[in-house]
Design a protein around this ligand. Structure first.
Ligand code: CAA
Length: 272
């Protein structure tokens, strides 16, 4: 997600400092952005010099120091609240007071992350969707202590990226992740029950309900580990059995079949 978010921001004219736990991950992200822009150029949808300008706005940056001069720092690291809180504590130490902190979390508590910093009023959920350059929405999640000013700043920022916004209260899964997790989980339940083949489950939903993707290919796109993490958060946070993860989804994650990013989830990538 970090790479897609960086691309969107650079395309909108922002200077972006892209960072990750190791320089190889940054290189991988940069290569993917280069490939995505090259595709746009090849299709005649972007001029080559514009692609070069966009790339020149993305600076590879080592560690969290990347955010030390930022107006907005957007985090898209692993979905682990302890790791995120310790990361934001570090950012809080090095960023100037004006920096707004945004988390791209799919389901974790914005309020809890904000409270781990000295600027809960400047902490907010900025939730992008995969693939970020294509998807039209940014979901904005206000923590309990997020200020009106921060909300306005981030709404304007998202609109400056060419995105529509919707807002949600800080509740497990917000609006979008809660819905998508249920859809993917139901696809896995159907697969486990042998109701239909994975291909036909997806085809039914794609063609019968006019969704752009079936639930199983959507799970593979999001990452099955991410889907499982959202369901666990919903299950724990709401205490409702309807969010209990399908045992088959758990097995796929245990097997390391996480979807597109590992080359295999319910389906194989590239398809055989
Ligand atoms: N990165 C960048 N661009 C991409 C892309 C990617 N991974 N995949 C497709 N695109 C671009 C293509 O280049 C193409 O662009 P142009 O129109 O400029 O040529 C455009 O998207 C359409 O692509 P395709 O024609 O190849 O394929 P498609 O029409 O089947 O669309 C799709 C692909 C946009 C992914 C579509 O299937 C879709 O909308 N699927 C649903 C995706 C979705 O629901 N995402 C949200 C998941 S939830 C989430 O992310 C949040 C969370 O926290 C869990």
């Amino acid at each position: 997600m970090g790479q897609g978010i960086a691309q969107v921001c650079a395309q909108a004219g922002c200077e972006v400092h892209l960072s990750d736990v190791s320089p190889e991950f940054v290189d991988k992200g940069m290569k993917a952005i280069e490939a995505a822009l090259a595709k746009q150029v090849a299709k005649g949808k972007m001029k080559e010099e514009d692609a070069k300008t966009i790339l020149s706005r993305i600076h590879r940056a080592p560690g969290s120091a990347a955010a030390s001069g930022a107006d907005i720092a957007i985090e898209a690291i692993i979905e682990d609240i302890a790791v995120k809180k310790s990361f934001f504590k570090e950012l809080d130490r090095i960023c100037p007071p004006r920096t707004v902190f945004g988390s791209n979390t799919s389901s974790l508590s914005i309020t809890e992350m904000g409270a781990s910093t000295s600027r809960a009023d400047k902490f907010i959920g900025i939730h992008f969707f995969n693939p970020a350059p294509v998807m039209k929405l940014v979901e904005i999640i206000r923590g309990l202590q997020t200020s009106d000013e921060t909300t306005r700043t981030v709404e304007e920022f998202a609109r400056s990226l060419g995105k529509e916004t919707s807002t949600s209260r800080d509740f497990p899964g917000f609006v979008t992740s809660r819905m998508v997790a249920v859809v993917v989980n139901e696809g896995f339940r159907m697969m486990m029950q042998g109701l239909s083949s994975p291909e036909d489950i997806d085809k039914g939903i794609r063609l019968g309900l006019n969704h752009p993707m079936g639930p199983l290919e959507l799970g593979d796109l999001i990452g099955l580990d991410v889907c499982l993490a959202i369901l666990k958060r919903l299950h724990d946070g709401m205490g409702d059995q309807r969010y209990a993860p399908s045992p088959l989804l758990v097995k796929y994650v245990e097997a390391g079949r996480l979807g597109r990013k590992t080359g295999q989830g319910v389906f194989e990538y590239p398809p055989k």
